[in-house]
Design a protein around this ligand. Structure first.
Ligand SMILES: Cc1cc2nc3c(=O)[nH]c(=O)nc-3n(C[C@H](O)[C@H](O)[C@H](O)COP(=O)(O)O)c2cc1C
Length: 394
């Protein structure tokens, strides 16, 4: 469940900081990608080298480092889940008052990902009116809290305040993923560019890399959806995603149409060929035979088939255009989609294969909204936010 999930682990200045190393280990063992952000006080308790070795990434401690001009917003956008373990009384207080003077709290305030806080402190600190008030406020705001255990504390005292067992924290993270905003949804995503065979060796294809559709599938799974990715690109290694590899438009159509029963949302991000050679050679066409003539016939229209299915899900189409998006707007009605994502692949930053994309969302009521140039992962997150909002409005 955690494989491939992006987890930001915040570590604060409490004695239990050493247990965060074990937690980082457990998360990476389960296949999660972990990035650590430490408060300056945390470095008094445990070294950055430990987390660097365990996670493969240098922890962020300084907001103003020269490595990343804005480490808190980078971490905030990257995270599928943020967990703070241990969370000191001081960090809880600063978070509850929005005082974001260090990299951890700035990340917490900048992120829209779910946040799990695992407080740890002496019993008196945990039971203090200020801490109780802060925890209540944070819960009310939607923060997830793993309450501290009762037991032996630093210095030999006994009482409530011990950091919850790291394995229980891992379970709580899993439960956040499972119960994410897309929990219970069955989703089909397509990605990649289809290939239409001319003969067993050659094909007509396009330059789509599959990165956009793969990001949409990854984010859906990270938010708790059951995801099937039908891809014409190299199958990505995405945990919790059922991947079906296809080559041609017709194969993609059969793979998608055959899986529509029980599907809630279909996001058709693949670049599907509109036409295919009318005849596919069964053996390689030889140079000696002279210049061949290739004639074309239309391929199966994947999007149209989904729209016309008796199991029609909420349908999102993609339109890759060049030289403007006028046609994309018209496609909303023509293709019968609920939402159309248009991108101009001739624009810098939105080319096929790029890690970024600038998309415009076209709605059924004729309106549209342009998103800024974003990482494809952030486009995927924004798109799922939009789908959830639109499905609620249907
Ligand atoms: C030896 C020692 C142990 C501490 N343990 C804790 C603790 O377990 N929980 C806590 O809330 N504060 C603890 N503190 C106090 C925090 O380190 C202090 O409030 C610090 O400012 C927290 O900063 P941070 O929240 O930015 O990491 C401890 C301090 C010392 C000196």
């Amino acid at each position: 469940m955690l494989a491939g999930r992006r987890i930001v682990l915040g570590v604060t200045g409490g004695v239990a900081a050493y247990k965060a190393a074990y937690l980082a280990r457990r998360l990476t063992e389960r296949g999660a990608e972990v990035r650590v952000v430490m408060t300056p006080a945390a470095t008094e308790f445990i070294g950055t080298a430990t987390f660097a070795a365990l996670t493969g990434n240098d922890p962020v401690v300084d907001l103003f480092s020269d490595k990343d001009p804005s480490p808190h917003t980078s971490l905030a956008a990257w995270a599928d889940v943020v967990v703070v373990a241990p969370a000191t009384a001081s960090t809880l207080s600063r978070l509850a008052s929005g005082e974001s003077s260090n990299a951890l709290i700035a990340t917490l305030i900048a992120t829209t990902a779910p946040v799990l806080l695992a407080p740890a402190m002496h019993t008196e600190m945990w039971e203090h009116e200020a801490t109780r008030h802060n925890v209540a406020t944070l819960k009310e705001w939607g923060y997830h809290i793993v309450e501290p255990d009762s037991g032996e504390l630093a210095g030999g005292d006994v009482g409530v305040g011990r950091l919850a067992d790291p394995d229980a924290i891992v379970d709580a993270i899993e439960s956040i993923v499972i119960n994410g905003p897309l929990a219970g949804l069955h989703v089909i995503v397509t990605s990649g560019g289809t290939r239409e065979a001319i003969d067993p060796v050659r094909y007509i294809g396009n330059r789509s890399s599959g990165k956009m559709g793969n990001a949409i599938a990854r984010v859906a799974a990270a938010r708790g959806a059951t995801v099937t990715l039908v891809t014409a690109a190299d199958a990505p290694d995405l945990s919790g995603v059922e991947t079906v590899s296809v080559e041609s438009a017709d194969e993609m159509a059969q793979a998608v149409w055959g899986r529509l029963e029980g599907c809630d949302v279909a996001v058709m991000a693949a670049a599907v060929a509109d036409f295919k050679p009318s005849v596919q050679g069964t053996t390689k066409i030889k140079r000696d035979s002279g210049l061949p003539t290739v004639s074309f016939v239309p391929t199966a229209d994947v999007l149209k088939g989904v729209h016309e299915s008796e199991n029609r899900p909420f349908l999102v189409g993609f339109a890759a255009e060049t030289g403007g998006l006028e046609d994309a707007a018209a496609k909303v009605k023509r293709k019968g989609v609920d939402l159309l994502v248009g991108n101009d692949v001739s624009r810098s930053g939105s080319e096929f294969g790029s890690d970024t994309n600038q998309v415009t969302l076209f709605y059924k009521d004729g309106s549209s909204k342009a998103l800024p140039l974003l990482d494809k992962d952030d486009v995927a997150k924004a798109l799922w936010d939009e789908i959830v909002a639109l499905r609620g409005a249907i």
